[in-house]
Design a protein around this ligand. Structure first.
Ligand code: ADP
Length: 655
């Protein structure tokens, strides 16, 4: 069973991540997708972070501005109430002045000095009591007749011509006059309220009170931000920023400029331009302006020291109804924007974190999915591999069984062949023996006849009592029996049916045995044997009995071939071969080989029927090859044939 490898945890870096899987069993696992972030996804994430950061910034800015508006509204309401209190507290005073007899007295055409002093004293007392800057009365020509500061030689208004003043003209017209102006005597700014002085239905003069606005200076702190008050002309008359005073919020039209000049509202001082264009009524939403504001240092007392600070301000305004002024407050937007920036950054960071978290979760899920896919593919690949292995194993088992059967059959066939060969060899031996039988019979017949004669003679000599001769004859008979035994023993050895067992075999010994068996035949044919083999010179690794059989076959064939030759010489020689084997040559002076090609084929014979079977050479070659040697034949140049036996040399014995 092949078990799938359990997937190991991938390294943290997408580096290694899941490394590319090598194909398994021919089934390619999908190449692991790269864990490096997709640039489009990164760009999209950055875009989302940017958008959310920007959205957070804008939302926080909006919220901050809303708060700022509400806050500014409250402050403006407070401040407006303060201004209203200061301005209107004494606004009714001029109306009551005409009730005073002394004042009415000086309104006559030629008032006496005593009545003027009385009026002056009254006005001085009243002013002292109220705490205003000054209270004075003007006759119908615009000349100050009596004033609370009558006895202050430097500041006394008495005798001043105020006919150009709006508040005088308004009073003279029977209306209440109110406006801001800078005093022409001391240049002190103040709020003037005038009221006509009537005698009957006729306006005989104008009573005026100049209210100090110095109290408002301390009220700027209520606002906690730069602020200003612009009068009906759009000219800044009061401001927490001193530089803004007497500047016009928007360019003044020419007729307004002329009127200001004529009325000397601002004591003929220059009217500058406000640093930026500001709408005197910015509405509920307010107006955002950018300017360099010399911001007051927080701790310093008034007059404030300033430092140039560039920034954006949200301007809110409030109309002061009774006086016709506008109060503007400049709320610094930097803290709001700083906070908005902080919130935007926080939103971006939080979004980035959440997206990162989502990305990590998605990545993790993707890795797990890939792992599962890879595992599944691995399991499939294993299953395929297993089935393939099982199929191949079965095929191999079948082939193995078939081969075993074939081997067994071949072994069986080989055994049968070997048995047949052995039988054939034995049959060939017996055939040779049959052919040798005549010669052997002749060899045995002679001693046998002699033994017969000697034994008959021995009986006769015994009857005669000549025991010495009997003993002599019996001795001769015994020697003859030994001689017969020597003839029969090689025959017995040759005829023995024995398996071929290789062993060190002296070639000269085998040659001698073969020549001994064929001795009768060779001498009868007149063959001269030139045996050049010497004992123990050539030791071959083979079976002696089989070697003898081969040699008998070759020598017999040579004798046959030389039957008609004039010179019959058989030369047998053993020499060492080139490759360490032995070379045994049997050469004759016979007729030569008929057809070297078919020579070793079974049943090839040129001999007449009954004399040759054509099996001798085929069997001989088989025998030699079985020992690892070979047999081949050639025609000798000088005539006759030569058979060469190559035999493996016996391994040298270890000393
Ligand atoms: P057989 O002797 O029964 O014919 P062999 O196989 O021994 O069978 O020999 C086959 C043939 O080879 C012989 O018939 C002969 O023609 C030829 N032959 C064998 N030895 C010799 C030789 N020394 N000289 C010439 N021819 C030979």
């Amino acid at each position: 069973m092949i078990t799938p490898n359990t997937m190991s945890e991938p390294a943290a870096a997408p580096s290694a991540p899941a490394a590319a899987q090598a194909p398994v069993g021919g089934t390619g696992l999908p190449p692991s997708r790269s864990l490096s972030p997709n640039p489009f996804i990164v760009a999209a994430i950055l875009l989302v972070i940017g958008l959310i950061g920007f959205g957070g910034y804008r939302a926080s800015e909006y919220q901050g501005m809303q708060t700022l508006r509400t806050d500014a509204g409250h402050r403006l309401d407070l401040f407006a109430a303060a201004v209203d209190g200061i301005v209107n507290r004494y606004a009714h005073i001029p109306a009551t002045i005409q009730l005073n007899e002394e004042v009415l007295g000086v309104m006559q055409r030629k008032p006496g000095p005593a009545s003027i002093v009385a009026a002056n004293r009254f006005l001085q007392r009243l002013n002292g009591h109220i705490g205003s800057i000054a209270i004075f009365v003007v006759n119908e020509r615009g000349i100050v007749i009596a004033s609370s500061n009558w006895n202050d030689p430097d500041n006394s208004f008495v005798g001043e011509d105020l006919s150009f003043r709006t508040y005088f003209l308004e009073g003279l017209a029977g209306r209440v006059g109110r406006h801001f102006a800078i005093g022409i005597t001391r240049g002190e700014p103040g709020y003037f309220v005038s009221h006509p002085i009537r005698q009957g239905n006729r306006v005989v003069g104008v009573a005026v009170i100049k209210i100090s606005l110095a109290q408002l200076e301390s009220a700027w702190d209520l606002l906690g931000a730069p602020a200003l008050i612009a009068d009906g002309n759009g000219v800044v008359i009061l401001s927490s920023v001193p530089e803004w005073r007497y500047t016009a919020l928007s360019p003044l039209p020419i007729d307004t400029r002329v009127e200001i000049k004529m009325n000397r509202l601002y004591n003929d001082g220059p009217i500058g331009d406000f640093p930026v264009s500001v709408d005197s009524d910015p509405g509920h939403e307010g107006q955002i302006v950018h300017m360099n504001l010399r911001a007051p240092s927080s701790s310093s007392p008034r007059p404030r020291s300033h430092a140039e600070v560039a920034g954006s301000y949200l301007v809110h305004g409030r109309g002061l109804k009774d006086v016709g002024w506008r109060l503007l407050i400049f709320s610094d937007l930097r803290p709001v924007r700083a906070q908005a920036f902080g919130h935007g950054a926080l939103a971006a960071i939080a979004t980035g974190f959440v997206l990162l978290l989502l990305l990590v979760v998605a990545q993790r899920r993707r890795i797990i999915r890939q792992k599962l896919e890879a595992k599944e593919l691995l399991v499939q690949a294993n299953a395929q591999l297993e089935s393939k292995v099982a199929r191949r194993t079965k095929a191999l088992t079948d082939t193995n069984a078939r081969l075993r059967k074939e081997v067994a059959e071949r072994q069986q066939a080989e055994q049968t062949l070997r048995a047949a060969q052995n039988e054939l060899v034995q049959a060939a031996k017996l055939a040779v023996l049959g052919q040798l039988a005549a010669g052997i019979t002749h060899e045995l017949a002679q001693p046998l006849g002699a033994m017969r004669t000697l034994s008959g003679n021995a009986v006769e000599f015994m009857k005669r009592g000549n025991l010495a001769t009997v003993e002599q004859n019996l001795g001769i008979i015994a020697r003859l029996a030994d001689q017969m035994g020597r003839i029969i023993t090689p025959l017995k050895t040759f005829a023995r049916k024995s398996p071929a067992i290789p062993a060190p075999t002296d070639v000269a010994h085998a040659v001698g045995a073969a020549l001994f068996l064929l001795d009768q035949r060779l001498s009868k044919s007149g063959v001269t044997v030139d045996n050049r083999c010497e004992a123990e010179q050539a030791i071959a690794w083979c079976d002696q009995n089989r070697l003898e059989q081969v040699l008998i076959n070759l020598i017999r064939n040579a004798a046959d071939a030389m039957a008609d030759s004039e010179h019959k010489t058989l030369t047998i020689e053993a020499t060492p071969g080139a490759d360490g084997s032995l070379e045994l040559s049997i050469a004759d002076t016979g007729c030569g080989l008929p057809d070297a090609g078919a020579l070793f084929e079974p049943f090839f014979t040129t001999k007449p029927a009954g004399e040759g079977l054509g099996l001798g050479l085929a069997i001989s070659r088989d025998i030699v090859r079985e020992f690892g040697g070979d047999l081949h034949a050639e025609n000798r140049p000088e005539g006759g044939a030569r058979f060469i036996l190559n035999l493996p040399a016996a391994p040298k014995e270890q000393p």
